[in-house]
Design a protein around this ligand. Structure first.
Ligand SMILES: NC(=O)c1ccc[n+]([C@@H]2O[C@H](COP(=O)([O-])OP(=O)(O)OC[C@H]3O[C@@H](n4cnc5c(N)ncnc54)[C@H](OP(=O)(O)O)[C@@H]3O)[C@@H](O)[C@H]2O)c1
Length: 179
């Protein structure tokens, strides 16, 4: 069971108490056998990582946005939140930002992030790259098409070019600095 986008109902003033209460409620629900595992899913984790007092219960899963459309500050916030919460697993979501038909996907070829670009499609490369932006062990993706799902699961073994991913993160950070 996920605490869904807690940033929508928190302010800086209420954040620490409300977040602690919500996480404790879910952790208690698991302890009582009402659900198997609990987690936090956050589209914009920036409010959740402002230094907080006290420890939060450790979630089973932290799920944040992942992939090539995620901004530098959201990626950094997701990583800092994972350090703070120490979830048993980190998952990503929405690797295509909700649509592969968006014009942005025609503007570049995500296969530059693969070690062997010729053996895959751009969609597969974008999906695979989401596993490192930020580092996650699973990615929640939406599709109504079993063929599309097969294309994505076939991409799971594609090897990423770590140097290129690192360079991309540095470029993203540099471009997000105020001039
Ligand atoms: N917490 C939040 O605020 C929040 C917000 C959004 C999403 N989420 C989570 O993230 C999950 C995924 O997000 P999402 O569905 O909005 O976005 P997404 O996974 O980034 O994109 C889904 C789109 O990608 C297309 N697609 C998938 N595989 C494809 C392929 N192989 N080839 C071509 N197109 C492909 C799908 O079209 P087809 O159907 O034609 O394949 C669909 O239109 C959701 O189920 C949810 O769990 C959370």
């Amino acid at each position: 069971m996920f605490l869904h986008n807690p940033e929508h109902s928190l302010t800086e003033a209420t954040r620490d108490d409300l977040l602690e209460a919500a996480c404790s409620t879910l952790a208690d629900a698991c302890a009582q056998g009402l659900c198997d595992r609990w987690g936090i899913s956050s589209w914009d984790p920036r409010l959740l990582v402002i230094p907080a007092e006290g420890e939060l219960p450790r979630p089973d899963v932290l799920m944040t946005r992942a992939g090539l459309l995620v901004s530098a500050d959201i990626l950094d916030a997701a990583e800092r939140l994972a350090e703070r919460l120490r979830p048993r697993e980190a998952w990503g979501m929405s690797p295509f930002g909700g649509s592969t038909a968006d014009a942005v996907w025609d503007r570049f070829d995500p296969r530059i992030f693969l070690r062997e670009p010729r053996t895959s499609t751009p969609i597969q490369a974008a999906f695979r790259a989401a596993y490192r932006l930020p580092s996650v062990s699973a990615v929640a993706v939406g599709t109504d098409n079993p063929g599309h799902l097969g294309e994505l699961t076939d991409a799971l073994d594609l090897e990423l070019d770590d140097h290129m991913i690192q360079q991309y993160r540095e470029l993203l950070r540099a471009r997000s600095q105020p001039v």
